[in-house]
Design a protein around this ligand. Structure first.
Ligand SMILES: [Zn+2]
Length: 441
């Protein structure tokens, strides 16, 4: 039994209890109890204690939109609109890279995620050429959870995805889950594959796809079928609780009602969609309509980081600007999206997303005792508005301590960074070189 003592526990349970002078008892991979430290000390007198030193204990953060293979593109693709970004940088990177480059990128991404408190991520569009044995081994080594959505664009890739799901779903002691990452039309001239959508809809696999993100993503369906994208997706059977829709910046009130009725979750990625000028997800409208909305960083190619703490703040600011009203999305709303709602969006809320007895011991300790987060009068507001991922001190997944005192317990970070630097040289040769705006000497 491990007893994490002297913390303020933000439980995210049904009552959203925040417990001062708390402890979290961990039995193996699961949480045994969350209560006042004095009570748990007397209940578990023989437990090994891990000193929380007054830190905030929160559930591990869920990054529900994280292109984990794009960390090596950091700094290479800034200030681009989505079409040249995808066509001239992402596509060549995906089609020409060595599978080992993807592994190096994933390891760098996961190191950053652990450092910033993310314990579970969704990687959409996992390339069929990727080495899933190596990727799942890297995830196992790093100790986090991942939902890998295998790219599907035709019958052949669907066959490959089904085989991959069969082979790797549940890998790394159940920490790896597999889904289909579906390609749907986004631009005039994109192939429309009715029989593929029917095949996918008939399967029992989870789905992840980019949806109604850019203006073109909805004009395609209005021009071709005279319906909104959500009406199209419902008509072909691609909605439901096991589908995760990415971005949805241009979703309307009518579509929000369909998503609520079909219990289809959406993930917002405010930093990336604002940076690329795609728009902002109508998070407040969706939540008010009863839609589950998760939060994601998108990735280092168009957000430059995988920092979910910073993303929570961006989520609030984006909604406030969208409505022109403070507190349109509160710090509490954002923390829900990054924890329990993220878990719910993935159908994993029975195990993840809150600090409650019986759930997986995915626990993050955040140090708010620093100049930029002090005084911690309202720990939720300080976490969301003042902190950043670098304030994460300790990360535990399945009861295993991955980060302690801001240092990796098992991972060799120096080696991960050196490997990433070598791979980044390869990546730079695959994509267009952009001349810096200022002279480099
Ligand atoms: Zn994406």
């Amino acid at each position: 039994m491990l007893l994490i003592t002297d913390v303020t526990a933000v439980t995210m349970d049904g009552d959203r209890r925040v417990i001062a002078d708390a402890a979290v008892a961990v039995d193996g991979a699961r949480i045994a109890a969350v209560a006042k430290a004095a009570a748990l000390r007397s209940r578990y007198p023989d437990a090994t204690e891990l000193a929380g030193r007054g830190m905030l204990a929160i559930p591990g953060l869920v990054d529900a939109h994280a292109h984990a293979d794009q960390s090596l593109l950091r700094g290479m693709t800034d200030d681009l609109p989505w079409i040249p970004f995808l066509a001239e940088w992402i596509s060549p990177y995906l089609s020409r890279r060595d599978p080992q480059v993807a592994v190096a990128a994933y390891r760098l991404t996961m190191a950053e995620m652990i450092r910033s408190g993310t314990t579970c991520f969704v990687s959409p569009n996992v390339d069929p050429r990727d080495d899933l044995d190596a990727l799942t081994s890297a995830i196992d080594e790093c100790g986090v959870r991942a939902v890998l959505a295998h790219w599907v664009e035709d019958d052949h890739t669907l066959d490959g995805a089904c085989a991959a799901i069969e082979r790797w779903d549940g890998a790394a002691d159940g920490r790896v889950r597999m889904r289909i990452g579906l390609d749907i039309p986004r631009l005039p001239g994109d192939p429309y594959r009715a029989s593929l959508y029917a095949r996918v809809a008939a399967l029992d696999h989870g789905l992840v796809y980019h949806f109604c993100s850019e203006t073109e993503d909805w004009t395609y369906y209005e021009d071709r079928f005279s319906v909104r994208p959500t009406q199209w997706a419902e008509s072909v059977g691609l909605l439901g609780p096991s589908t995760l829709l990415i971005n949805g910046c241009w979703l309307t009130a009518v579509e929000a009602r369909i998503l609520a009725a079909t219990r289809t979750p959406v993930v917002a990625s405010p930093s990336a969609t604002m940076k690329m000028a795609s728009g902002t997800t109508p998070v407040r409208d969706l939540r008010d309509a009863g839609v589950v909305v998760a939060l994601g960083t998108d990735g280092a190619a168009n957000n430059d980081c995988f920092d979910m703490v910073r993303e929570m703040k961006a989520a609030c600011l984006a909604q406030n600007a969208r409505r022109g009203r403070a507190a349109t999305l509160t710090a509490e709303d954002a923390l829900e999206m990054a924890t329990i709602e993220g878990a719910r969006a993935l159908g994993l809320d029975a195990d993840l997303g809150s600090l409650e007895p019986g759930k997986r011991a995915d626990i993050v300790l955040v140090d708010l005792g620093r100049a930029h987060t002090w005084p911690a009068t309202d720990p939720i507001a300080n976490l969301v508005y003042a902190a950043h991922g670098g304030d994460v001190d300790t990360v535990i997944v399945d009861g295993r301590i991955l980060l302690r005192d801001g240092e990796f317990v098992d991972l060799d970070e120096e080696e991960i960074l050196a490997e990433a630097a070598r791979a980044a040289v390869e990546v730079a040769a695959l994509v267009p070189h952009r001349t810096p705006r200022w002279p480099r000497q």
